[in-house]
Design a protein around this ligand. Structure first.
Ligand code: ZN
Length: 291
């Protein structure tokens, strides 16, 4: 039993190249290299079942497809969490995406994996009192890009304090209880860019990965396959892998259509625009997708 209680961090975080991972890497080449190293060296015998934190958006849906592709024959559980956000559109979208993948049997898309569950956990309203426009019903969503927010106001008013640590922690408990060895999350480089969302950075996710590995008796690993990708890359890879973009929901507003004006709508539109393809979801405003 002695071995169980010794200091056992993630091998890739204990290594001599820790200093490189903890320095924010604009190109994400270091992070990418670490994932290859982790997958090839440390994870060959990892349990095949996975949990995907599913918010109904493009990023978590691509993380879901990554989970399917990485783990042929494994079970994939989708997990959505109510944390006091103003609307449930993202939960509905996540459920539609679950039904899509649970009901198709495309070997190219599913790689033999089974999407077996979509669980919604209501954690109450732990962020009550936060200034975040995602939480506070008295505050409207900003109608600015993330870059404009950064230049004019500093941290985005959409930030929910330490949210992802809470969501990932719940996913970890779910993973342990349900025999899943992997947790997939969809944070990407545009989230982390200029420290917009600190709980989306490689540094933060690496620290969470370490805590999860230690706190699960080394049974569970956190996987963040999009961390070196920008939004346009997410959409490009999503198209290549057949993601049903028409079922996804990104908007901070909870109306029938995407507003087209909030930061996440602007980011989504810009991603499609850079790729030169039209987003299939309807918008309240006219959007041009050609440059
Ligand atoms: Zn919007």
């Amino acid at each position: 039993m002695t071995g169980r209680y010794r200091a056992v961090g993630e091998p890739w975080l204990r290594g001599e190249r820790l200093d490189q991972l903890l320095v924010y890497d604009e190109t994400h080449e270091v992070t990418k290299e670490y994932w290859q190293l982790l997958k090839e060296t440390f994870m060959p015998n990892q349990a095949k079942n996975s949990v995907v934190l599913a918010s109904g958006g493009t990023d978590s849906t691509l993380a879901l497809v990554n989970a399917m592709h990485d783990n042929p024959g494994g079970e994939v559980h989708m997990l959505s969490i109510l944390y006091g956000q103003k609307h449930k559109k993202e939960i509905e979208a996540a459920h539609n995406i679950y039904r899509h993948y649970a009901n198709i049997d495309d070997p190219v898309i599913k790689n033999g994996s089974l999407v077996v569950a979509h669980r919604v956990i209501d954690m109450g309203n732990p962020f009550a009192g936060a200034d975040s426009t995602l939480i506070d019903f008295d505050k409207g969503q900003p109608q600015l890009s993330y870059l404009e927010i950064l230049e004019s106001e500093g941290p985005s008013p959409t930030v929910v304090p330490f949210r992802n640590a809470n969501l990932i922690s719940i996913a970890t408990a779910y993973a342990i209880i349900n025999g899943c060895g992997l947790i997939y999350v969809g944070m990407h480089a545009t989230d982390a860019h200029n420290w917009a969302y600190p709980d989306c950075t490689p540094e933060f996710l690496g620290a969470m990965a370490n805590a999860i590995y230690v706190g699960s008796y080394q049974e569970v690993r956190l996987v963040f396959p999009l961390i070196w990708m920008h939004k346009v890359d997410v959409i490009k890879q999503g198209y290549a892998l057949g993601i049903p973009f028409e079922l996804t929901w990104s908007c901070y507003e909870g109306r029938e259509k995407h507003c087209g004006l909030c930061p996440t709508c602007i980011e989504r539109i810009e991603g499609f625009r850079q790729l030169g393809v039209a987003d299939p979801v309807p918008y309240e405003v006219n959007v041009r997708f050609t440059l």
